[in-house]
Design a protein around this ligand. Structure first.
Ligand SMILES: Nc1nc2c(ncn2[C@@H]2O[C@H](COP(=O)(O)OP(=O)(O)OP(=O)(O)O)[C@@H](O)[C@H]2O)c(=O)[nH]1
Ligand SMILES: [Mg+2]
Length: 416
């Protein structure tokens, strides 16, 4: 029975993949598992293991293959190709790594160790944690607390170990003769094998990488879409702002135009009214000036002469019931009014002539035309005098005739 179990173990080799930082003790772990110096392990400032190495041996009557690896994350060698070496490591694991031993020095957990764990999870994917067992080395170094307490005090480390199903073990590499620690380690490995019954393969890592690339591509696409949408939003917002500014500018411009129009209209109207007023004043002044200029002594004499003459004729032609005084007064008034009407007609004629005839043409009217114009003025004066005689003098022929002559004489005096 025991023999058949041993044969079964030897037939089913256990593949262990060692992972960890330079100096963490990967090669030393391999050596202690085989209780032999199968991998190069020494204290050096540069990485010791440069390429993946594999060794198969019998440990506790079972076939064990260990793949010792270089530090994939912090190799000190500049020509080190991490990705191709990692691929090689998983190819060496054929058919796959039953257990990934993640080696961490127990006494140090710096940013580099955290970084290594992050890189491991990202590169191998969440599925790899099913096959991972954390192996603490440097257990011989003095420490203040038990390992369990040290783990629980470090949040990131305890989270990681939780994700690995609380699988961890510690090795005191200096205590080479202590095979108990190796046996216990193999028991934990057996538990893991019975839980999984599969192994971590290169395909799994490549699938993880494909998924990661896909996620990155999707994330980039999302960022691109989001950026495009944001840029579009910002552009539309800018256009809207510009439109608003232009509209408000246009509105302002229209308001200014309207204000200027109203102000201009008001100013033009004021100026026009002022001009009209000025013109009216000027015309009125001119008229006043002309009238005052026209009134002189000869008109007065003509008026008095015809007033007295008509008064005399009225007395001579006295009506029966009228007194001499009344008749003279009536005749005086008739003759004076007729002469004054004639003078007025003559002045009007002169104004009319100066305003409308002389001003319309710069040339002086001909003598015949002047004579005709004067005659027309005199006839107008005569008519005005006769009308006054007719209506004021009481239609007495000599009075009316004298009044007409008085009007004509008044007009002639004004025209000349
Ligand atoms: N005291 C002590 N020394 C250890 C322990 N583990 C490893 N060392 C020493 O640390 C040095 C480096 O160990 P390695 O096994 O070569 O480390 P590694 O992880 O293989 O390093 P690389 O091959 O460079 O990636 C060696 O001198 C080991 O003896 C340990 O548990 N205790
Ligand atoms: Mg090494």
């Amino acid at each position: 029975m025991a023999l058949s179990k041993e044969i079964k173990h030897l037939e089913q080799k256990t593949v262990l993949l060692l992972m960890g930082k330079t100096g963490s003790g990967k090669s030393a772990t391999g050596n202690i598992i085989f209780n032999d110096r199968v991998f190069e392990s020494e204290m050096r400032s540069s990485s010791v293991t440069r390429v993946c190495q594999t060794h198969t041996g019998v440990v506790n009557n079972r076939s064990v293959t260990v793949i010792d690896t270089p530090d994939f994350r912090f190799s000190t060698h500049t020509d080190f190709d991490s990705d191709s070496e990692l691929k090689k490591a998983l190819e060496l694991c054929s058919p796959g790594a039953h257990v990934i031993l993640l080696i961490l020095p127990i006494n140090t957990f710096t940013e580099q160790e955290k970084d290594f764990i992050d890189w491991f999870q990202q590169k191998f994917g969440a599925e790899a944690l099913r096959f991972t067992l954390v192996l603490f080395t440097h257990a011989d170094k003095t420490r203040q607390r038990p390992l369990g307490e040290m783990i629980s005090r470090n949040t990131q480390l305890s989270d990681f170990i939780n994700h690995c199903g609380q699988r961890y073990h510690e090795f005191n590499i200096k205590d080479r003769l202590n095979r108990r620690q190796v046996n216990e380690h193999l028991q934990k490995i057996d538990r893991l094998l019975s839980e999984n019954r599969t192994s971590y393969t290169l395909d799994m890592m490549q699938e993880t990488e494909r998924r990661r690339n896909e996620n990155e591509r999707r994330a980039e696409e999302e960022i691109r879409i989001e950026t495009e949408a944001r840029v579009r939003r910002e552009y539309e917002q800018e256009i809207l702002e510009k439109q608003k500014t232009e509209e408000s500018k246009e509105k302002e411009h229209q308001t200014t135009l309207e204000r200027v129009r109203i102000e201009t209209e008001a100013r033009v109207r004021r100026e026009y009214e002022q001009e009209i007023l000025e013109k009216q004043k000027t015309v009125w002044k001119k008229l006043k000036h002309l009238f005052i200029k026209q009134i002189n002594l000869k008109y007065f004499c003509a008026v008095i002469f015809f007033a007295v003459a008509t008064g005399g004729v009225s007395v001579w032609k006295k009506e029966k019931d009228s007194s001499y005084g009344w008749m003279f007064t009536k005749g005086f008034f008739t003759g004076g009014s007729a002469a004054a009407a004639g003078v007025f007609t003559g002045i009007l004629w002169r104004l009319w002539k100066s305003q409308f005839i002389c001003s319309s043409s710069p040339e002086r009217p001909s003598a015949v035309r002047q004579l005709l114009l004067k005659t027309a003025g005199v006839v107008c004066g005569l008519s005005a005098g006769a009308m006054v005689g007719l209506f004021v003098g009481g239609n007495v022929f000599p009075v009316t005739a004298l009044a007409g002559i008085g009007g004509a004489a008044g007009a002639l005096a004004a025209i000349r």
